[in-house]
Design a protein around this ligand. Sequence first.
Ligand code: IMP
Ligand code: MG
Length: 181
Amino acid sequence: MNSLKGDIVHILFTKEQIAIRVKELADQLVVDLPESDQPPIFVNIMGGAAHFFVHLTEAIGDRGQLIEDFMAVKSYDEDKSTGSAKILIDLLSDIADRDIVIVEDIIDSGITMRAILDLLSPRKPRSIRVCTLLDKAEARQVDDLQVDYVGFTVGDHFVVGYGLDSRQGYRHLPYIGVLKT
Ligand code: IMP
Ligand code: MG
């Protein structure tokens, strides 16, 4: 195999740093999620959020019941924002009256999260929380997007690893790094 080491300009967050932050987010969700007869539905936004989703839900563990569901949304073509987002796979669950936690890898322009919220809100969930591992806050193009939980804020660089990809590659890296351009 060819080494990827030269492709990463620098490592922003190591596996250990990510694990600490993911545990903190899980602790906060355990406190914040309301008691209910129906467990909250955690929505894995595939494929970027896959690593984050597994570690976040595992860190909640037996502190509370939750339902895992997923969606696939396409928003990026060849590392550039397309300015729109398309839902490729929709949820299996009926979310009416349920507490929803949307788990995303990164919010950049915000177009993808806006599209997800516009799709889910009319289904009348009891609550929706947005939990993103990374927030490129300075790149935001949509107004008043509510983001409830942020792992780390990052600058406007293209980052890969821990689920985040470039052309479907680099997702398996255990750390998050800036991709050489
Ligand atoms: P937005 O619609 O511009 O907010 O883009 C969000 C989506 O674009 C995320 O779910 C990612 O899949 C992808 N994305 C945005 N920035 C990056 C990045 O730096 N690395 C990898 N994927 C990214
Ligand atoms: Mg994504």
